[in-house]
Design a binder for this molecule. Structure first.
Ligand code: BGC
Length: 791
């Protein structure tokens, strides 16, 4: 029975704490004092400001002057290729992907000076992990388990975007995903709702600041609302069938965290959940987002998502996609989207075209149209657009405005903190590399700039962007001995194939299609004292519309590794990829594996920092790495079953062709050049009322001989609940840096937002009974549980 229902607006904890004096150990190092709240809890502290009465008044005054036609223009969101002078003069609401500051000013002048009411246009762009200074892809940033990494990326991304006249970014992408086949897993923070929530809140606060009208700030759009990360089969845009409890416990929390952090816009998703497409879903858009959470910003549709509500052939038979089959025609699609809660229509133009007719027919209401317009105007006022509509073109075109030294340093630090050491075996272990030894860099990604940027890399490729640093360039910059490069096999980048042809190539031919260069690679390895193999996926193999049905390294990369390993030289594999891969063959042949993801502009420098040990790797996996594609979805936070997997007994939940139930690398896993001891948790009480708090302390000690980073992780489990609870769920983490022998204590505070769960009727319930608390250094390497009882 539920002890308390949280009802609407149930927030996460408000108080946080960490801090403490660690024990002095009888080794080098000593007492460490950590002050302030834990970084995760600080990132999540709500910071949404109440609506300003002054702005509300201005919105009312302006809205009262608007004609129906002007209101319908305001809910229109056009692409860079669509906008015309006539649209600007008619008062179009927003434009995305236009990044030429002169054109932005041109259209803005028309809107402000030649439209009847002079309402400025909101210019938006997909600044996902940087605009010109590119940071690691979000899945990489999530591996840092450090909200400051996500914050640095959005701070610089917002600043560089605002410089060219953009005032809204379609980020953060917070789709929790248990689907490594899905290419867009690279854009989010992986499989855990808590990690996604922390990173989302950090990004929103960094991009918006306390007031996004500031010249270096932008409004964020959190996307894709909602449950877009769980498409059946991993195929992009595919359908999702979702229980209420999973929706609320797993997929909604990062959106709630972003809204609480102040995100003022939201993008509804392409996919349907339970048969209802994201941009026609009144339950998620209006009931939950706007009514339950009190969101007063606006929701824009994803690209043509309104048109896609139609049955095919779409009527009218325009060029827009169709196919959800919940609307018979374009006017119905427009009505459905608006009345569900979508406030702004991207690319298709059905509201502006059919709005008057729909109003006359009573299929949409003026109250709802006014509400949508009010939300858009509110955001424009909050963004300061009425006071500062124009961009400083000279500054926007000055190369010195972008890739500033401090920002490049931030990108380099972020990338190094995002790398995950998966293996480092042997005595001596191959890593860190010795800068005085000769090194052979081998492989298709070893001298590769563009792929280092990953997908959705903003304007990271254009002339005003700093050139990405390749792996071999980074290693050469820090080596005292010769560093050779042998590509060994091909790599074909297929970005923007002509006519969107797909597949432009057999994926197996895109990377390492044949072994004709392997002999040269073997010779290079034989001649060098240490070997670094750069393997992975091209950046086109992940991101939107890039699902894969395999999770191994494409082409003959594994064969390349095996040929080089036969030389007997210690082989370090550095991986550049956008999803969890199935790596048993790599793990069998490589002596060391560094997961670098797509590190961004400073890729080579950051990788060299880690490979030479200037930075001790401290990242952890934000997603499970399976052994085989056939085992996915495979994730740590799964529910229990009546017959848990065991490889030694037949009648249980296992694969007959696998002798283990374990993934290759679990969520939260990552090694270091030093070792750590993470203590069992200490709780300040063993029983608590539902509205009470429990304080958890965890000690961590660097037991090795060099300074390094550990991510202290705290997991919860409810062992008896009215609906099965995940076998573990991450609820706290803190990345700490400790010198050899040093210790510190990390403290987390649990409250009722942690004690319960959302049930299948959409109620938050806290049930009496025990909660187990685990501490550890990965989702599997955990202490024995300490428990407290909710009474
Ligand atoms: C993507 C969105 C993106 C939008 C605008 C869509 O195809 O799904 O993530 O924000 O395009 O570029």
């Amino acid at each position: 029975m539920a002890l308390s229902g949280a009802g609407s607006g149930f927030g996460r904890r408000t108080t946080t704490a960490l801090a403490v004096l660690a024990l002095t150990l009888g080794v080098t190092g000593g007492v460490v004092v950590a002050a302030g709240g834990s970084d995760d809890e600080q990132a999540l502290a709500p910071s949404r400001k109440p609506a300003s009465q002054g702005i509300e008044h201005k919105v009312d005054v302006l809205l009262a002057k608007m004609t129906t036609e002007e209101k319908l223009q305001q809910v229109q969101l056009l692409s860079d290729g669509q906008i015309t002078d006539a649209d600007a003069k008619a008062g179009v609401g927003s434009v995305f992907s236009l990044v030429d500051p002169e054109k932005i000013n041109h259209f803005q002048h028309l809107a402000v000076e030649e439209s009847r009411l002079g309402i400025p246009i909101l210019f938006a762009y997909d600044t996902i992990h940087g605009y010109r200074t590119i940071f690691p892809v979000p899945l990489g940033a999530a591996s840092s388990f450090d909200p400051k990494v996500a914050a640095a990326d959005h701070e610089v991304g917002a600043k560089e975007s605002a410089l060219v006249g953009l005032k809204q970014i379609y980020s953060p992408m917070v789709d929790v995903s248990h689907e490594p086949r899905w290419g867009r897993i690279v854009e989010g923070a992986g499989e855990d709702p808590y990690l996604n929530s922390v990173m989302a809140a950090a990004r929103v606060k960094a991009a918006q600041g306390t007031d996004y009208s500031a010249p270096d700030k932008v409004v964020t759009s959190v996307k894709h609302y909602v449950a877009y990360g769980q498409p059946e089969g991993g195929r992009d845009y595919n359908t999702t069938d979702m229980s209420e409890q999973r929706l609320r416990n797993i997929y909604l929390p990062p959106f709630k965290a972003a809204i609480d952090a102040g995100s003022d816009t939201v993008m509804c998703s392409f996919n349907a959940i339970n048969g209802v497409p994201g941009c026609a879903n009144k339950y998620t858009e209006t009931d939950i987002l706007k009514d339950e959470w009190g969101f007063d910003g606006f929701v824009e549709s994803d690209y043509t998502a309104v048109a896609e509500l139609r049955a095919c052939p779409g009527v009218p038979n325009d060029n827009f996609p169709c196919g959800h089959q919940v609307a018979a025609d374009a006017p119905s699609a427009a009505a459905m989207a608006l009345m569900a809660g979508t406030d702004s229509e991207m690319v298709s133009k059905y509201l502006v075209t059919y709005g008057e007719e729909l109003l006359d027919q009573g299929r949409i209401t003026m109250a709802r149209l006014d509400d949508a317009v009010r939300r858009i105007l509110r955001v424009k006022f909050r963004a300061g657009l009425f006071d500062n509509p124009y961009v400083d073109v000279a500054k926007a075109l000055d190369p010195a405005s972008f890739g500033k030294p401090a920002d490049l340093q931030a990108a380099r630090d972020a990338a190094a903190r995002s790398m995950v050491l998966l293996k480092n075996a042997g005595d001596p272990a191959p890593l860190p590399l010795d800068p005085d030894k000769t090194t052979a860099v081998i492989g298709p990604f070893g001298d590769d700039g563009p792929d280092m940027l990953g997908g959705w890399s903003g304007r990271g490729d254009d002339d005003l962007a700093p050139d990405p640093v390749t792996l071999v360039e980074g290693l050469r910059a820090q080596s005292n001995a010769e560093v050779t490069f042998t590509q060994a096999c091909n790599r074909v980048n297929t970005f923007d194939p002509p006519n969107n042809a797909n597949p432009p190539l057999d994926p197996e031919d895109e990377v390492c299609a044949d072994d004709s260069g392997f002999d040269e690679a073997v010779t290079a390895a034989t001649d060098a004292e240490q070997v670094v193999l750069a393997l992975g996926e091209t950046r086109e193999m992940s991101s939107e519309a890039n699902a894969r049905s395999d999770l191994d390294l494409p082409g003959m990369q594994e064969e390349l590794l095996e040929a080089v390993a036969e030389t007997g030289k210690p082989v370090v594999v550095v991986l550049f990829n956008g999803r969890p891969l199935a790596l048993p063959r790599v793990a069998a042949s490589a002596d060391a594996i560094l997961e670098a993801w797509y590190p961004g502009t400073e890729a080579g420098n950051a990788a060299a920092d880690v490979l030479y040990g200037v930075v001790n790797p401290g990242g952890k996996l934000p997603v499970t790495f399976p052994r085989k594609v056939g085992t996915v979805p495979l994730y740590y936070n799964h529910e229990p079953t009546g017959r848990p997997c065991s490889p030694t007994f037949k009648w249980n939940s296992r694969y007959r062709d696998l002798d283990t139930c374990k993934p290759l690398y679990e969520f939260g896993f990552g090694l270091s050049y030093t070792t750590f001891d993470v203590s069992a948790p200490t709780l300040n009480k063993t029983s608590v009322k539902p509205d009470g708090k429990v304080r958890v302390r965890i000690d961590v000690t660097n037991t090795g001989s060099v300074t390094g980073d550990e991510v202290v992780q705290m997991y919860l489990h409810d062992p008896v609940a009215s609906i099965s609870q995940p076998v573990k769920r991450l609820r706290g983490f803190q990345r700490v840096t400790l010198g050899a022998g040093e210790s510190t204590t990390v403290t987390f505070t649990l409250d009722k937002s942690d004690f319960g769960f959302w049930d299948n009727s959409g109620e938050y319930v806290v049930e009496p009974g025990e909660i187990e608390v685990y501490s550890g250094s990965s989702s599997e390497q955990v202490s024995t549980a300490k428990t407290f009882t909710i009474t």
